[in-house]
Design a protein around this ligand. Structure first.
Ligand SMILES: Cc1ncc(COP(=O)(O)O)c(C=O)c1O
Length: 415
């Protein structure tokens, strides 16, 4: 007799079939301590070069950030305030962070959530009501898509960055039907950007509002690190800006910036804001500090980009097709589960840690060797990674796998 849990076995059968001899659970679910101690970590007496976290600016371990978190922990404890924001979780620190983020984002207001995932999914789910519509880029992060699945309105997905497909879908709706378009500023697997100026044009033409999850763009893109909206010069044209503190900020939690009347609605109607404990004070204080540092240390962003450029040009010279990433993520798409042994060999033979990305985060049949440089790395360390990848590809068919699927991976979403 079938039961509700049968799908769990089916899922693992599919994963094992895809992985074949390459199945390696210890690489898949890192059974070793991954820390943010960039650029190098110590493990079992060995030093590994780590190019695998989203701590793009290296702020997670900045001495001032550690100190303020330690001071606030000493004074208030680790988890306080132990209430939801509308109850006992609303401290002056949360309000200060919101005020500073709104200033940074140049929006009227800001709400701090205890998770980026909740900021995106909770906002979209509560803002798109009955008889309304949301249009989501099919490569948007799962939390953006989850918001669309949870909302009471109708949701549809348009082909990745395909403005014709989006326009056709918008055209098919009555002009007076309220609509939201939801995209990522930087796509976390491919590293490419949403065409924000085109999206602004479409949302104006079809009476829609625009939500941009700039989790990977903030701190990294734009002259002042204000993300993809700054890069494209469309900050004032985007109604809702979502983000996480778990990347460039180097801490934890998420936020939503936008008009006060919308945020006042979200703060009473989104379970992921109302019905959950507030962000702990040590993290809130640390995030105020990292926001300051992010703005005061543009040299970190410049160093990050120098590193990324060395990595990308080296991989391209080595014959890899890495697509056209413009954000900070660099990915080698490859066939089947090949990313698993590649990552294992980089670790065992070259003492380098990068990430494998597997189904279901990417379509069945491909995997990704995903690299995320930081400002704390050096160009020489990027070259070391490039040399190691080229050496690994003498033993494993990485280059062939990459050439076989590099374009197919993109075609998958545009077919
Ligand atoms: C684009 C994007 N949005 C949202 C999130 C979720 O952020 P958090 O880790 O704070 O839940 C992530 C994290 O991976 C992300 O990559």
């Amino acid at each position: 007799m079938p039961d509700i849990f049968d799908k769990c076995d089916v899922f693992w059968q599919r994963v094992k079939k895809l992985s074949g001899d390459y199945y390696d659970e210890s690489v898949f679910f890192r059974k070793f301590p991954i820390t943010n101690c960039l650029p190098e970590i110590e493990m079992d007496g060995k030093t590994y070069l780590q190019i695998a976290t989203n701590d793009y600016l290296g702020l997670a371990t900045h001495p001032e950030v550690r100190k303020i978190a330690a001071d606030v922990t000493a004074e208030h404890g680790v988890g306080t305030p132990l209430g939801a924001r509308p109850l006992t979780g609303n401290t002056t620190m949360h309000l200060e962070l919101e005020r500073k983020l709104a200033e940074f984002r140049r929006t009227e207001d800001c709400l701090v959530f205890n998770l980026g995932l909740g900021a995106m999914s909770g906002t979209i789910a509560c803002i798109v009501g009955r008889n309304e519509r949301v249009f989501v880029d099919e490569y948007a992060h799962g939390c953006v898509s989850d918001g669309a699945k949870l909302c009471k309105g109708e949701a549809s997905w348009f082909k990745h960055n395909d403005m014709d497909d989006l326009e056709n879908q918008l055209k098919a709706c009555p002009i007076d039907q309220p609509k939201l378009i939801a995209v990522d500023g930087v796509y976390g697997m491919t590293g490419d950007l949403a065409p924000l100026p085109d999206l602004v044009e479409l949302k104006n033409k079809y009476n829609a509002q625009l939500f941009v999850d700039d989790a990977h763009g903030t701190g990294v893109m734009g002259e002042n690190g204000r993300g993809t909206p700054e890069l494209f010069g469309v900050e004032d044209e985007i109604e809702l800006h979502g983000g996480t503190f778990a990347k460039s900020f180097g801490t934890f939690g998420g936020y939503l910036c936008g008009p006060k009347k919308v945020l006042d609605f979200v703060k009473y109607n989104s379970p992921s804001f109302v019905l959950t404990k507030a962000l702990p004070s040590p993290i809130t204080a640390a995030t105020i500090k990292t926001l300051e540092l992010m703005q005061a240390m543009p040299e970190r962003r410049h160093q990050l980009w120098e590193n990324i450029n060395v990595l990308r040009s080296g991989l391209r010279e080595g014959g890899f097709d890495i697509g056209n990433p413009e954000g900070a993520v660099t990915s080698i798409f490859t066939k089947g589960a090949l990313a698993l042994p590649v990552v294992r060999m980089l670790m065992d033979k070259h003492d380098i840690i990068v990430n494998p990305v597997m189904y279901p985060a990417v379509p069945y049949g491909i995997s990704i060797v995903r690299m995320t440089a930081s400002a704390l790395h050096t160009p020489a360390q990027m070259q070391r990674l490039v040399d190691a990848i080229i050496e690994v590809s003498n033993h494993l068919p990485l280059l062939e796998g990459n050439q076989a699927v590099a374009h197919k991976a993109v075609a998958h979403v545009s077919e």
